[in-house]
Design a binder for this molecule. Structure first.
Ligand SMILES: [Zn+2]
Length: 431
């Protein structure tokens, strides 16, 4: 299958480039060529996009699809007083109530939402302690039906006992091995956070990472409670515990880092880990302000389960960054939109997130009638003050339209939505 998109404006966010009057040719899931003066190949489906923006596919670098059915759910009358109580009273209650149908529906609902926001890949962090085995397959199936690429894991913790922790470890191990060569799925080794994981389980996580070659995906110092409980119950701070077990690798993804000290940040930068920044979630949970200006260049942007709207995340992060002392340059958040592509590149063994020949043909297509001139020099201003999910017209994953002129090509979204609403009602009754 080959696709020729002509009359497009090619945009790269970092380094910035804006090239009107171009074409893109995709075949066998990858970009064959992108630029001016191209001609279609034999058998190409030729599509004239009338000057629409074509850019490397947007990625959610840290998501919790399991929270997709929580939108609008009734909250407990005795509202949480702090972050730890928010986990206990809301999220752990929700994820413990998930079963086969609601996990699958969460992936479908979150997948539809993400595609509408121009997303081509999701890096997900999943928990459903009452239904562990097969849960990652259910998410993979949901994403596959929508047409998305996914890097998945199960968030292991000891909060439901060692038996559930073992099941989570095994789910990570099995899924990662089963999908070592899947076209659109890969696995990481997931873990909730240092403070909910004892030394025995953390040792086992390290062994699974070692054997599989995959990195850990874990929350790190999102709130101060991660440090206090890790030190009190497990004998060391979170960064030291991960470091002692060789878990700070270039394949690792550590999310939040709000309460990192300067020496800890330096250790992470030396180790070359990926850090996920989730500005809206940090604000919503009132956990503090991440040291985002000093997190280096291996930073991905995540929505932390809020939604699939990574452009909204980037803009919110940029405005939040203006309140830092000193303020963080808005361009930093635009380049963070490309960080997750580099993480996916490591896991898929295929360049993801660029328009280079041979890169995955994952494309976000925007209908952007810019009211002012748009060039490489002022692209940050357009993204920061104008771009949003309302501009998303089409989405291509692995060289195939999964969303075309604001219609899904593979799924009947009305039928899926009826099913996910029914699943949400059932789930809320259980809570
Ligand atoms: Zn998270």
């Amino acid at each position: 299958m080959s696709l020729f998109l002509q009359n497009v404006t090619l945009v790269d966010l970092a380094p910035a480039s804006v090239r009107p009057g171009c074409s893109v040719r995709c075949a066998d899931g990858v970009i064959v060529a992108a630029g001016p003066d191209l001609t279609p190949g034999d058998g190409d489906e030729v599509v004239d996009l009338g000057g629409q923006v074509v850019m490397p596919g947007l990625v959610v670098g840290h998501h919790h699809l399991y929270s997709a059915l929580a939108r609008g759910m009734p909250f407990p009358a005795d509202g949480p007083k702090d972050f730890h109580e928010t986990l206990k009273k809301i999220w752990w209650r929700l994820d413990s109530a998930l079963d086969a149908e609601t996990v699958y529906c969460s992936a479908l609902a979150g997948g539809l939402d993400a595609v509408r926001c121009g997303i081509t890949s999701i890096v997900d962090h999943h928990a459903s302690p009452a239904w562990v085995e097969g849960s990652l397959d259910a998410i993979g199936r949901g994403l596959g039906e929508v047409g998305l690429r996914g890097l998945l894991c199960y968030e292991v913790s000891d909060r439901d006992g060692l038996e559930v922790a073992r099941a989570g470890l095994e789910e990570n191990r099995r899924f990662q091995a089963d999908h070592a060569k899947s076209p659109l799925l890969r696995g990481m080794i997931g873990a909730h956070a240092s403070f909910t994981i004892g030394n025995e389980t953390l040792d086992r996580l390290a062994a699974v990472c070692d054997e599989s070659g995959a990195g850990i995906h874990i929350h790190l110092l999102e709130d101060g409670v991660d440090r206090t409980i890790s030190v009190a119950d497990h004998g060391a701070d979170p960064v030291t515990r991960l470091d002692q077990r060789g878990l700070l690798s270039p394949n690792a993804l550590l999310s939040h880092g709000v309460h990192l000290t300067e020496p800890e940040l330096e250790r992470l930068l030396d180790a070359g880990v990926f850090l996920a920044h989730n500005a809206r979630s940090n604000m919503n949970n009132r956990v503090g302000t991440a040291p985002v200006g000093r997190m280096g260049d291996r930073v991905v942007l995540g929505t932390d389960g809020i939604d699939g709207d990574i452009l909204a995340e980037a803009r919110a992060a940029a405005f939040r960054g203006r309140e830092h002392e000193p303020p963080v340059d808005g361009g930093r958040f635009v380049s963070m939109l490309t960080g997750a592509g580099r993480l996916l590149t490591q896991y898929f063994g295929l360049e993801i997130g660029t328009l280079a020949p041979g890169a995955a043909a994952d494309l976000t297509i925007l209908d952007y009638e810019s009211p002012t001139p748009m060039t490489a020099d002022n692209l940050v201003g357009h993204v920061g003050f104008g771009w949003g999910a309302h501009l998303v017209r089409s989405v291509v994953v692995a060289g195939r339209f999964v969303y075309r002129d604001r219609q899904f090509t593979d799924v009947d979204s009305a039928a899926v939505t009826a099913r996910t609403r029914a699943a949400a009602r059932t789930l809320w009754k259980k809570l």
